[in-house]
Design a protein around this ligand. Structure first.
Ligand code: THU
Length: 138
């Protein structure tokens, strides 16, 4: 699947955003190495801290369905869903990504299907803390 198609799916997913507290809508589309796409939106809460970002929604949906290999994710977002700026994944989402992805995993941050920037996860989260720091053998 190309970037343009993945961004289109992320924009559609953004429409499901539950964000009555911030009015900041985010959508994500995650492509697995098996060729499946999992979508996510941000889901807010009156108690604030249970809020889940769009990226993590997509990852947790995929992981709970048994997926373990990931190629790339497209992310879009903005106030009231207006894609005027690039929405970069927050630090917590970057940490979740590095748990399940290698450093070549691609993060596509888009304003539209044609206007996007692309970063490797290693650029967004250098010097990461992973299972290898705990002596793991993943
Ligand atoms: N948010 C995301 O869903 N992803 C990001 O990468 C940044 C922030 C959400 C969380 C919250 O619902 C809203 O945007 C404002 O922070």
């Amino acid at each position: 699947m190309n970037n343009k198609e993945l961004i289109k799916i992320a924009i559609e997913a953004m429409n499901h955003s539950y964000s009555p507290y911030s009015d900041f809508k985010v959508g994500a589309a995650l492509l697995t190495t098996s060729g499946n796409v999992f979508t996510g939106c941000n889901i807010e809460n009156a108690s604030f801290s249970p809020t889940n970002c769009a990226e993590r929604t997509a990852f947790y949906k995929a992981i709970s369905e048994g997926e373990r290999g990931f190629s790339k994710i497209a992310v879009v977002g903005g106030i009231n869903g207006n894609l005027t700026d690039y929405t970069f994944p927050c630090g917590v989402c970057r940490q979740v990504m590095i748990e399940f992805c290698n450093e070549d995993f691609l993060v596509i941050i888009a304003k539209s299907e044609d206007e996007y920037i692309e970063h490797k996860l290693s650029e967004l989260l250098p010097h990461s803390f992973t299972s290898s720091d705990l002596g793991g053998e993943l």
